[in-house]
Design a protein around this ligand. Structure first.
Ligand code: UFG
Length: 333
């Protein structure tokens, strides 16, 4: 049995963050969430979890929060996360994600936080030459978003080497799905991710799904991604937290299976029993053709394995959440 831990979760009211908060809460850990609620939602959190509503850039509040007793770990999710937007606002992304991430690590070292988990990304790999993507695949971010996460990964390396801060970099592929008990789900504003958009097209909440290109070098011409259930990602954070006792780690996190855009659309049609109006348009700049993870390292080192191995099951959980929350959290349309 692991001892309960006391952790601070930045961006804990967001999509992946809130599922991790629920997983920590479910096993009895003490969790405080630090979130500016620009993308996050109070309703995504257990009512008993304290929320510090503040900016990461607010050094006074961050210092005061980290100064409140001993923290076993900081889990860092707070970030801007749109690859396309980062191509338009590179310095904003590098400063907000990279710069504030570095300052957070500095603050953690000053406050003697022992463990740090970074929400990292497959966007570190750009357009990989070999598949599946392992932890030794060449790093070559294709966007300032990916670069900003790399800045934080590199800072963690030095924080460990010089200050003995133990860290886990968890590089997610395409997070999807929703909590099985309906306690949290995906509600980005605006929504740009494929699965929630296809679901909305199936439910008539939007007129159609636009497919960004069908001339990629893939069997059906559309991009292939590795969709991994957000609750499986959450469990991987618990596994990584425990593994940090042995030293710092970096893991790729996916289901190991690739699905094309058209396969996602067919899956939503199967699971919802509705047809999805679609229209093929040009490619979205910056989209790699295929991104599929090898998660062998975390499997072999921690025993973690995704429970959701079928795309239809991931889609079903996302669909169930959306059916119950057609307007997302709160009353906003
Ligand atoms: N897509 C469409 N139509 C849409 C939306 C998406 O065809 O309306 C396609 C995209 O072109 C892509 C696939 O669906 O081929 C998945 O797109 P998402 O926007 O859902 O996800 P991405 O793979 O672009 O990005 C995700 C995360 C990023 C992360 C990246 C790592 O959102 O934060 O994976 O590759 F950096």
């Amino acid at each position: 049995m692991t001892q309960p831990v006391r952790v601070l979760v930045t961006g804990g009211a967001g999509f992946v963050g809130s599922h991790v908060v629920w997983a920590l809460h479910d096993r009895g850990d003490e969790v405080v969430v630090y979130d500016n609620l620009r993308q996050g939602h109070r309703e995504a959190l257990p009512t008993s979890v304290e929320l510090v509503e503040a900016e990461l850039a607010d050094e006074t509040t961050l210092d005061a929060t980290l100064g409140r007793g001993r923290w076993d770990g900081v889990l860092h999710f707070a970030a801007l996360s749109l690859v396309g937007e980062s191509m338009q606002r590179p310095f904003h992304y590098l400063t907000e994600n990279g710069g504030l991430g570095i300052r957070l690590i500095d603050a953690c070292v000053r406050h003697k936080v022992g463990r740090f988990i970074l929400s990292s990304t497959a966007a570190l790999f750009g357009n990989p030459e070999t598949l599946p993507i392992t932890e030794t695949t060449r790093i070559d971010p294709g966007s300032p978003y990916g670069e900003s996460k790399l800045m934080i990964e590199r800072t963690l390396y030095w924080a460990d080497r010089i200050h003995r801060l133990r860290y886990a970099c968890l590089r997610y592929f395409n997070a999807a799905g929703a909590d099985a008990d309906g306690r949290s789900g995906e509600d980005h504003r605006p929504e740009t991710h494929l699965i929630p958009l296809v679901i909305d097209a199936a439910l008539g909440l939007r007129p159609e799904i636009t497919v960004f290109g069908n001339d990629y070098p893939t069997p059906d011409g559309t991009c292939i991604r590795d969709y991994v259930h957000v609750s499986d990602l959450a469990q991987a954070h618990l596994a990584a937290l425990a593994k940090l006792q042995d030293g710092s780690v970096t893991y790729n996190l996916g289901s190991g299976t690739g699905n094309s855009v058209l396969e996602v659309i067919r899956s939503v049609e199967r699971v919802s029993g509705r047809s999805v109006p679609m229209r093929v348009v040009g490619r979205r700049p910056g989209d790699p053709a295929v991104l599929v993870a090898s998660s062998e390292l975390i499997r072999s080192q921690t025993g973690w394995a995704p429970r959701f191995t079928q795309l239809d099951d991931i889609v079903a959980s996302a669909l169930a959440w959306r059916r119950r929350n057609p307007n997302g959290y709160g009353n906003a349309a």
